[in-house]
Design a binder for this molecule. Sequence first.
Ligand code: SF4
Ligand code: SF4
Length: 225
Amino acid sequence: MIVGDLKPLEEIISAIKAYKQVLVLGCGSCVTVCLSGGEREAQQLMRELSEMRHYQSTPPKFEVDSILRQCERDLVLEYQNIPAGTDAVLSLACGAGVQTLADAFEPLPVIPALNTTFLGASDKPGNWTEKCKGCGDCILIHTGGICPVARCAKSLFNGPCGGSKGGYCEVGKDIPCAWTQIVARLKKMNKLHFYEEVRTPKNWKPGGATGPRRRVRTGLGDGPN
Ligand code: SF4
Ligand code: SF4
């Protein structure tokens, strides 16, 4: 899922204070699961933003709503009602959702309330860890299901650097060394031969090096536009 964190309150207030009526809009997908941008968080944020003490003059009037996915243009155009008088939307979605809204409701300003942080997973309740950087050419088959792009601080492809110590990464004592984990996993899987294969330099074109990536599934619409 995409993980995001709420921006500092002062930053949000500074971004919205010039508007008269703001729609605080939650998103019902990833950011709901990571407890940062769902309906409940939108309600909480709206209550906090409504406090007079944050403003030197009249605060904006707030409305609050949530939609299942802000990152689907068809969905937001069909189902998202923008109340009359709204002069800005404060979106609690990831950056993809914010941009989808900004395109769909142009020229209405859409303000991000979250910092989109990473593509991750929940290893235990309340903890999310980065797992993937969307490199476009997945090599997990060779690395025992552990991603060296996202989980090694240097995104190394051919084993650990010299800084790996006691199974931890040199960038932080509490960060497991991804390559120590990969080797241990491959050993358990009896597939250490994958570790011995030398990986040639990665082609980053599928990873976005040539501009925004697109995916078109035929038969679902009119294709690229
Ligand atoms: S190898 Fe690439 S696609 Fe696979 S998990 Fe890592 S970053 Fe994601
Ligand atoms: S110590 Fe391990 S995880 Fe950290 S940069 Fe080196 S190889 Fe990567």
